[in-house]
Design a protein around this ligand. Structure first.
Ligand code: ADP
Ligand code: MG
Length: 228
């Protein structure tokens, strides 16, 4: 079953005196349990597309279905809270909270009881191999460890779809590869779907499929190679 179905998606940013047409008719289907990479030049709209899929950004026109539901004002909270999670290049952990508290944070927002959240966070941090670092604040963790905290936090709402915006962009090659391995295990073991933006072809090659954003449209990698 397709977890993501995008039809003729357009996105235009309106700024005074100018319309910036970023996405110009994107159609895309991603099956449950797929691990997909999106590449493209800086400014080509990769983050915009990911933000639309995670319902942070509104579409200008076209349809976006996540797990069979059209993204709309009525179900945006439901989608964000229960279906999707987003991971960023700069980890976005809260600086004054421990690893454990960072992971508990979305559970607190969802009204989960403190002790239940605490033990769930412990389990999630063990899953990302950080069981021994639960009480450390982000500043005391390496970049790779901070990204693992962010991944554990992203898993806290048990999402079906994870959107990752250059998640290895601030990490060295070896650490980046270990994050990709972790993503692969989430895909395999939990059938989570991952759509990841990257500008690193070696990282992209470890996914199931590479899509390239160019001139506001998505192309399959082979099609882009054909024209070059
Ligand atoms: P990428 O992630 O591929 O580098 P982005 O999606 O961040 O690209 O941006 C695509 C284009 O949209 C850029 O030209 C950027 O300046 C523009 N853009 C992004 N967000 C906004 C916004 N909120 N308002 C106006 N323009 C924006
Ligand atoms: Mg970007």
């Amino acid at each position: 079953m397709a977890i993501v179905e995008v039809t003729e998606l357009m996105k235009t940013f309106k700024i005074p005196g100018e319309d910036i047409q970023v996405l110009k008719g994107i159609s895309l289907a991603v099956e449950e349990g797929e691990f997909v990479a999106i590449m493209g030049a800086s400014g080509s709209g990769k983050s915009t597309l990911l933000n639309i899929l995670s319902s942070i950004e509104e579409v200008t026109s076209g349809n976006v279905l996540i797990d069979g539901e059209i993204i709309s004002k009525e179900n945006v909270v439901n989608l964000r809270r229960y279906k999707t999670s987003i991971i960023y290049q700069d980890f976005n952990n809260l600086a004054y909270l421990s690893a454990s508290e960072n992971v508990m944070f979305p559970m607190m927002l969802a009204g989960i009881e403190l002790e239940v959240a605490r033990s769930a966070a412990q389990k999630l941090l063990e899953k990302v191999q950080l069981g021994h670092r639960v009480d450390h604040i982000p500043d005391d963790l390496s970049g790779g460890e901070q990204q693992r905290v962010a991944i554990a936090r992203a898993l806290a709402n048990n999402p079906k779809l994870i959107l990752a915006d250059e998640p290895t962009g601030n990490l060295d090659t070896q650490t980046g590869n270990s994050i990709i391995k972790l993503f692969r295990s989430l895909v395999q073991e939990q059938k989570i779907t991952i759509i990841m933006v990257t500008h690193d072809i070696q990282i992209a090659k470890k996914t199931d499929r590479i899509l390239i954003l160019r001139d506001g449209k998505l192309h399959r990698e082979e099609d882009v190679l054909d024209v070059e």
